[in-house]
Write a protein that binds this ligand. Structure first.
Ligand code: 1QQ
Length: 368
């Protein structure tokens, strides 16, 4: 499926290959997981991109045309979409892909072709922006979020030992686990047992029985949202009533919807403070409400991604060539976004304050 956002106003389906840049504007490709294991994130990202493009068009910002393609949550489809964006559509820049796993395989193609990529949800600490100087992201890494989140969780919950479960077939879930293991060690938390699973798994009873059996104070999980919901539900079914800490994969309302009451109390670090009263966040919340979408961290990061590209074009004097946008990205600083005042680190990662949230009454609530 190809969705075309013309100046952010019209959103129409177009047969592949018919995209072209608006005159004097930029054609942007967005590779999003609209199907597959990460589809819950992709749907939010699409809504965030559409809302931001509309805002920018209405505000008289640079002309942007966003071409959205489904990366299928896989490396293979991500590579195909990137090749199309780079060689056929000749996009000025790419947003996405959704998963770090896909980015690790697709981003090198853009780096080689010197097409700027702005990741809007890749949180693996390594293996993304270090691919090269054309790769940027607006998503905080797990290494930037987890130490603070675990510290806050410890203050609230007071745990000393942990059982850990992580997906070992995904770049993000593995990288998230590495950060969790290091954070637990740094904070003096003893890991009593570590178990693994793979994305296609649906039954986690064996791993959870083993973890619960060693009687940890807390269960720590690195998983994408679908797996996370099943893991948390099954843990509660097996009688685990203790605290559960998640990684970035948990940051989707779909996790809460699918886990139901089992999700109550789960804590996770997040890049988006939903309660922020800053005008940029209020504007984002309003834009999402107008679209009838209940926003989350992923739509906030996607919205921010479009804002950042528009700002990069402005900083490049309105020029929309690949190299000009790349240079413009380097000039983005203190931009007001739903994520807060946004700047890049020298290594093209995101720089802003993270938050911590906890599921209460079926919703994520920011932990103060
Ligand atoms: C990554 C992630 C996922 C949980 C969300 C898209 O953070 O793959 O890096």
């Amino acid at each position: 499926m190809v969705v075309l956002l013309l100046l952010g106003i019209a959103c129409k389906e177009k047969p592949a290959g018919e995209a072209s840049a608006p005159s004097g504007g930029a054609l942007i490709g967005a590779a999003l997981s609209l199907t597959g294991a990460a589809a819950v994130y992709g749907a939010q990202q699409r809504a965030g991109i559409q809302a931001a493009a509309e805002e920018i068009a209405q505000g008289g910002g640079p002309k942007l045309q966003v071409l959205i393609e489904d990366d299928g949550s896989t490396k293979e489809q991500g590579i195909t979409v990137f090749q199309k964006f780079i060689n056929r559509d000749k996009v000025s820049a790419i947003l996405g892909p959704t998963l770090s796993n896909t980015a690790s395989a697709a981003d090198p193609l853009a780096q080689q072709a010197q097409v700027p990529v702005l990741g809007i949800s890749n949180t693996a600490a390594t293996g993304i922006t270090d691919i090269g100087n054309y790769i940027w992201r607006d998503s905080l890494t797990e290494a930037q979020v987890i130490p603070g989140a675990f510290k806050k969780a410890r203050e609230k919950l007071g745990f000393k030992t942990a059982g850990v479960l992580y997906g070992n077939d995904d770049v993000f879930t593995k990288a998230g686990y590495d950060v969790m293991r290091k954070t637990l060690a740094d904070q003096g938390i003893k890991v009593l047992d570590t178990q693994t699973f793979a994305k296609p798994d649906r039954d986690f009873h064996a791993q959870l029985t083993a973890l619960i059996g060693v009687k940890p104070d807390v269960v720590v999980v690195s998983a994408l949202a679908d797996n996370a919901a099943a893991i948390v539900s099954q843990a509660r079914q097996l009688g685990w009533s203790g605290p559960i800490l998640g990684g970035n994969g948990f940051n989707s309302p779909a996790f809460i919807k699918n886990a139901g009451a089992a999700a109550e109390g789960v804590m996770v670090g997040t890049s988006w403070n939903s309660l922020s009263q800053e005008p940029a966040n209020q504007k984002f919340l309003e834009a999402m409400k107008k679209r009838g979408v209940n926003p989350d961290q992923f739509s906030a990061q996607a919205f921010t991604g479009v804002q950042i590209l528009a700002e990069a074009i402005k900083r490049a004097g309105g020029k929309t060539g690949r190299e000009e946008i790349e240079k413009g990205l380097g000039l983005v600083k203190d931009l007001d976004t739903p994520l807060g005042k946004f700047s890049f680190t020298p290594s093209r990662d995101a720089q802003h304050d993270p938050s911590v949230q906890q599921v209460k009454d079926g919703k994520f609530q920011i932990v103060q």
